[in-house]
Write a protein that binds this ligand. Structure first.
Ligand code: NAD
Ligand code: IPM
Ligand code: MN
Length: 383
């Protein structure tokens, strides 16, 4: 048996619900490949703030660094929204990404044949979309200095941030993107705002230079405003997209909707070495999160209220677990087991609310987990 240590960071909102599903799926899919996981659950985000007073306790970062891979649910919630910057759940997540030095964030978005009807785009536009956003994750305006609050000459309060990229940061994310494109359809589109921003001018210059190392890859450049439009107009024109931290954040949420729901999109964050961080691209979805116990009592009392429980789609996290196996542990077979179990579950007609379409079977987060487990097991008997 192969053994791996996985740090689980459930976080806030729907985080614990979706992590619990993904953990079960990892256990079962792993067992079919002779893999055993040791899970260590640690607090991050709002949960860590409530428990320890900081959004990323040293123990959490240390555990993450010592493990073979890290799986995170989501962080954030209304309760902490007006906290000072250093006491925000989001700051904990950024510290985690920086602490693990995971500068390359892979966010695949493909329209699954089973979910064409869940896309808000016309069938002929959405069908067959298969793209990968390579987002720079540890630089840019998220981390640039100077930043902060101050006052201007009129004595007015100002808030300011700095979009900054150094050559080495662009070069290394560009190489990841070219390598990624090489394993896909050989097309890379670099998205920037080089008509306005100096950081983007350098970005475009370096990406163009690194392209010389990859003559087999077809490189194009696009301004981010146009890219946002083209993603909706004709998303099939894209194969691999490489972009900075903030544009990648925004464009990947946009791309998620082409596929039907943000509840479907996984991600892998990787560095030069050390454990990778795997998380769905969505957040803690406070509007649909929580209070499962309270609600199941209510559900028994009045099933009209059933609507607000257990609503989260766990598949983005389940698919993040598959990325963990593939990119984090090199366990391709186990990754494929999870991915085909997800497809099989969708083929059998099960849907959470966010991907529901007429005639399908509407179920909750937990039940979706159970169905995926059944699919994992049925593959085993088929094999
Ligand atoms: P969000 O992604 O949490 O939710 C946006 C919308 O998508 C909501 O309507 C939500 O219900 C829905 N949604 C998200 N995930 C879903 C799922 N798995 N299944 C079904 N529906 C889903 O974004 P937001 O509302 O802008 O942010 C909420 C909180 O999450 C904020 O505190 C934000 O900072 C945080 N956030 C965290 C992460 C992260 O942990 N990586 C990412 C994004 C946002
Ligand atoms: C994401 C989130 C985070 C980001 C926030 C919560 C810091 O939106 O993972 O996409 O902006 O990177
Ligand atoms: Mn985001």
């Amino acid at each position: 048996t192969k053994r791996y240590n996985i740090t689980l960071l459930p976080g806030d909102g729907i985080g614990p619900e979706v992590i619990s599903v993904a953990k079960d799926v990892l256990n079962v899919a792993g067992s079919h490949e002779g893999i055993e996981f040791r899970f260590q659950e640690m607090p991050v985000g709002g949960a860590a703030l409530d428990l320890t007073g900081v959004p990323l306790p040293d123990e959490t970062l240390l555990a993450a660094k010592r493990s073979d891979a890290v799986l995170l649910g989501a962080i954030g919630g209304y309760k902490w929204d007006s906290n000072e910057k250093h006491l925000k759940p989001e700051t904990g997540l950024l510290q985690l990404r920086a602490g693990l030095e995971v500068f390359a964030n892979l966010r695949p978005a493909s329209v699954l044949p089973q979910l064409v009807d869940s896309s808000t785009l016309k069938k002929e536009v959405a069908e067959g979309v298969d793209l990968m956003v390579v987002r720079e994750l540890t630089g840019g305006i998220y981390f640039g200095k100077p930043r902060g609050f101050s006052t201007n000459q009129k004595g007015e309060e100002i808030g300011f941030n700095t979009e900054v990229y150094a050559t080495f940061e662009i070069d290394r994310i560009a190489r990841v993107a070219f390598e990624t494109a090489r394993k896909r359809r050989g097309k890379l589109c670099s998205v920037d705002k080089a008509n306005v921003l100096e950081a983007s001018m350098l970005w475009r210059k370096r990406v163009t230079t690194i392209a010389l190392e990859y003559p087999d890859i077809e490189l194009s450049h696009m301004y981010v405003d146009n890219a946002a439009m083209q993603l909706i107009r004709d998303p099939k024109q894209f194969d691999t997209i490489v972009t900075n931290n903030i544009f990648g954040d925004i464009l990947s949420d946009e791309a998620s909707m082409i596929t039907g729901s943000i509840g479907m999109l996984p991600s892998a964050s990787l560095g030069e070495s050390g454990p990778g961080l795997f998380e769905p691209i969505h957040g803690s979805a406070p509007d649909i999160a929580g209070q499962i116990e309270v609600h199941s009592v209510l559900r028994a009392a009045c099933f009209l209220l059933v609507d607000n429980v257990n609503k989260a789609n766990p598949l983005a996290t389940v698919l993040s677990a598959a990325m963990l196996l593939r990119y984090g542990l090199g366990e391709e077979n186990a990754a494929k087991r999870i991915e085909s179990a997800v497809l099989d579950t969708l083929t059998r007609g099960f849907r959470t609310g966010d991907i529901y379409s007429t005639g399908k079977k509407l179920i909750g987060c937990k039940d979706m987990g159970e169905e995926v487990l059944k699919s994992v097991d049925s593959q085993r008997s088929a094999a």
